[in-house]
Design a protein around this ligand. Structure first.
Ligand SMILES: Cc1ncc(COP(=O)(O)O)c(C=O)c1O
Length: 426
């Protein structure tokens, strides 16, 4: 372990984006008097210090302008989401018109299913990974029911051939090919919430397209975590939340990506609302709906200004640092943390855990999930009582997510010292 701690010290000293840590709030030392190590950005990202001001600016405009705020000179509320859409497009390498910001993730998944799940008597099945996030499972089940199908028959779950919920790309491709004549749509989590596994979006979407199948991704655990390059994949749609790696705060507004190839397809059904009209017509109260160009046509309600202001605060930080540097640090963090965990496993007979996140390049992001075979909750409580915030997912997984934007290598070193001690004490 000494050698690993030395490597960590070296990485800490050569971390050229370490200063970004200061842009995020420190958690109150509310658990013990010790400093908190927060490895939970996969669940709820830390608050940027700047967020207050972004929200206060809008509060002040509300205070000073009232309803006129919709048409104020700078960032009018009538088109308030557009700046965030622009920054998100940059972040995930999409075109700005392919992005919109609205609602929350589960709501958007349903709205996108309205547009992209168009079952026919022969092709009506929905392909989803086994062990998908529960909300995604409820969404596909209820969508199948809504269209008059029995989910038992209409939902195909991809089985994983590797243990502990990890898939090979072949598992997914084989399942697509085996059922291709019946699948209407594929919906997958780009990064699995439980295992932290990153899927090969390019390969999987190209197989879907070769077989004429609509494919969409839930990017909840991917955006701000892995380097998404939407322009390089043939994905029909995607959506995400912004409270995890995007640090927009609890319940933060969701985002949507719709591939531009669908913009002129009048066959695609869509639920419509007044905010989906062209920006300059939103207050014209016309009887007929004239859709905005691109993903904005999927908007329904006027946008949540404070929530988007909060998202902008974080996106401005992402913009300043850029994904390439974050990814470089993320990989180093992941590898050194894994090395430390593996060391514990090899050196303590009582270390009853295994790392379930795959280790091949490209198959992991920030998160490392450890499956604790016995008394997992005890380990989780021990970490918690030592001011280490990680999260627990039933039945037996602890998720650790050092986030390159605000976590430090030094924190990984301190975490490992506490973690190691647990097995010495037992
Ligand atoms: C993968 C995934 N999908 C869907 C959701 C549901 O998100 P929301 O509550 O914002 O609808 C979550 C929430 O954590 C998630 O992790």
């Amino acid at each position: 372990m000494k050698n690993i701690i030395e490597q960590i010290q070296f990485l800490h000293n050569s971390d050229n984006i370490l200063d970004y840590r200061n842009k995020f709030s420190d958690l109150k030392k509310n658990i013990t008097k010790k400093e908190v190590i927060y490895f939970c950005g996969n669940s709820l990202g830390l608050k940027p210090k700047s967020t207050n001001q972004y929200i206060i600016d809008e509060l002040n405009d509300w205070q000073d302008l009232g309803v006129e705020g919709h048409f104020k000179k700078s960032k009018p509320w009538v088109s308030f989401h557009e700046k965030a859409s622009l920054m998100l497009a940059h972040l995930i390498m999409a075109e700005p018109s392919e992005i919109t910001v609205m609602n929350s993730l589960s709501v958007n998944l349903h709205l996108l299913m309205v547009s992209f799940y168009r079952p026919t008597p022969k092709k009506y099945k929905i392909l989803i990974e086994k062990g998908a996030f529960p909300s995604d499972q409820y969404i596909v089940d209820s969508q199948a029911k809504f269209h008059g199908y029995n989910p038992q028959n209409a939902i195909i779950e991809i089985e994983n051939s590797l243990k502990n919920g990890v898939f090979t790309t072949e598992d997914i491709i084989n399942s697509i090919l085996k059922n291709k004549d019946e699948i209407a749509i594929i919906l997958l989590g780009a990064v699995n919430y439980y295992t932290g596994q990153v899927l090969d979006l390019k390969k999987i979407s190209s197989v879907a397209k070769d077989n004429n199948i609509t494919i969409g991704f839930d990017l909840a655990h991917a955006i701000g975590n892995i380097h998404l390059k939407m322009s390089e994949y043939d994905i029909d749609f995607a959506t995400w939340c912004s409270y995890k790696y995007l640090n927009a705060g609890p319940g933060g507004v969701s985002g949507v990506y719709i591939n531009k190839k669908h913009f002129l397809d009048s066959q695609i059904p869509r639920f419509e609302g007044w905010w989906g009209c062209k920006a300059d017509q939103r207050f014209e109260m016309k009887k007929t709906f004239e859709p905005a160009f691109g993903a904005d046509a999927w908007q329904l309600s006027n946008v949540p200004v404070f929530s988007i202001a909060s998202l902008e605060a974080s996106l401005d930080i992402f913009n300043a640092v850029g994904m390439p540097l974050l990814i470089k640090k993320s990989i180093l963090m992941h590898k050194i943390l894994r090395q430390g965990l593996e060391w514990c496993k090899a050196n303590y007979e009582n270390s009853n855990f295994e790392i379930i996140t795959p280790k091949e390049d490209g198959s992991f992001g920030c998160q490392i999930s450890i499956l604790v075979t016995k008394n997992g909750r005890k380990l989780y409580d021990y970490l918690h009582s030592n001011s280490i915030i990680v999260d627990w997912r039933n039945p037996n997984v602890i998720r650790l997510a050092p986030v390159p934007l605000y976590n430090t290598f030094d924190e990984i070193g301190r975490f490992l010292k506490v973690f190691k001690k647990y097995f010495e004490l037992k």
